[in-house]
Design a protein around this ligand. Structure first.
Ligand code: ADP
Ligand code: MG
Length: 379
């Protein structure tokens, strides 16, 4: 298969979640078919795709069968084995490359890569023994956050450590997994930038957005982030630098902290569509999902900045999902549901977007108001 992919070509998506679902919807609009690989029956992505291979990501026969059905492969799920992706890459083009996934899967590889690329992060040290942890705590000072290097998401696999006594407790909770201790950043806000990069090196980024978490899970995204231009420029420059250094072909989210002095530090990278970019579906001519598919398919990446400001609120767990009828009845709320059957606590079931004329994003109270039935869910 040659690039650009012609209409009706098949894009293989590894992973069956909502990121795959919204990517598949964007792909369909561009005239592509999607084929999903997931172990889950009736997954959010498979519901809106042409076909699915049901099977385990680690099973070689399953991976081969999947590759045989598609023209190009991408992923929406980071915890697929990078070795599995390597196998796929021997059979079909995989975008982004497995090497990019490998970096983002491991906090030590990720932070080493960022620092070598000249991008500042929270101070950090690897922890492979209790002795390492004591040394790291001395070097970095407390408070800090002890994190597993792999498989963390939505704040899982990490423990805040304020005192020496808490060091022991955190270590007992997370050991024997490989760990990393990070200094706690006293951030003024959390922001992210989503950037697409094509094979020829063209890059297109969305403006930085602000992310507000509840219990470690993204709750609200405000687009644009309320930061001065010079802060937004640092964030934008970091995203470009990281995407270029990774030689990315695809889409990348960079999560960042803005400290009290306005200095921007990178926290995490995710080489896939990101929850903090869902607002782009409703507020931009081309969403993050469309840019993802365009980059993977080798289509042009036009710069198409947002036509509207926006706030995105996640629908998490049974309580918020129960508000669906009220959400549907509220003018101006743009509803998105992911087709998941069971609303477990902490599970992302959907999201709601509200758009405002460009430049007219209200402050926190106005945003709470604008979210109607979801206003009560705010802090
Ligand atoms: N070094 C740090 N300093 C301050 N807050 C942090 C730090 N690391 C993580 N956090 C907080 O925890 C959240 C989740 O951490 P993150 O590293 O992004 O892991 P996850 O993979 O779970 O998203 C961040 O969004 C931030 O609010
Ligand atoms: Mg994160």
């Amino acid at each position: 298969m040659t690039f650009p992919l012609p209409p009706n070509a098949t894009i293989g998506i590894v992973g069956g979640g909502q990121l795959g679902r919204m990517s598949a919807i964007a792909a369909a609009r561009l005239g592509y078919q999607c084929h999903v690989l997931t172990p889950e029956e009736n997954s959010p992505a498979a519901q809106v795709s042409c076909s699915v291979t049901l099977g385990d990501y680690g099973n070689r026969a399953v991976l081969r069968a999947f590759a045989g059905r598609v023209d190009v492969i991408t992923f929406e799920f980071e915890n697929v084995s990078a070795d599995g992706l390597e196998l796929l890459a021997g059979l079909r083009p995989v975008r982004p490359a497995p090497a990019v996934l490998r970096i983002s899967q491991d906090r030590i590889a990720e932070k080493t890569f960022l620092n070598r690329a000249g991008v500042a992060t929270a101070p950090w040290l690897p922890v492979r023994s209790f002795g390492d942890l004591v040394y790291a705590a001395e070097k970095l000072g407390l408070p800090g956050i002890l994190k597993t290097t792999r498989l963390g998401y939505d704040g899982r696999g990490q423990v805040l450590v304020r005192t020496e006594a808490e060091l022991v407790v955190a270590y007992e909770e997370l050991f024997p997994k490989p760990l990393i201790l990070e200094g706690l950043v006293d951030f003024a806000q959390e922001i992210s930038v989503i950037i697409a990069r094509g094979a020829a090196g063209v890059m297109v980024a969305f403006d930085p957005v602000q992310n507000r978490h509840r219990e470690g899970i993204l709750d609200l995204t405000l687009a644009p982030a309320p930061v001065p231009d010079w802060v937004a420029e640092q964030a934008n420059a970091i995203a470009h630098r990281v995407a270029a250094a990774l030689e990315l072909v695809g889409l990348l989210a960079v999560e960042m902290f803005v400290d009290r002095d306005g200095r921007v530090l990178a926290n995490e990278i995710a080489p896939r569509p990101h929850n903090s970019g869902h607002w782009t579906i409703d507020a931009c001519p081309a969403s993050q999902f469309e840019l993802h598919i365009r980059a993977v398919a080798g289509l042009p990446l036009p710069h198409a900045p947002r036509h509207s400001d926006a706030v995105m609120k996640n629908l998490i767990g049974p309580e918020e999902t129960a508000l669906w009828p009220e959400i549907l009845a509220t003018p101006g709320l743009i509803p998105h549901l992911y087709g998941k059957t069971e609303a477990r606590p902490g599970r992302k079931m959907g999201h709601v977007t509200r758009v405002f004329p460009r430049g007219a994003l209200p402050g926190s109270f106005g945003i709470a108001d604008a979210l109607g039935p979801l206003a009560d869910q705010q802090i």
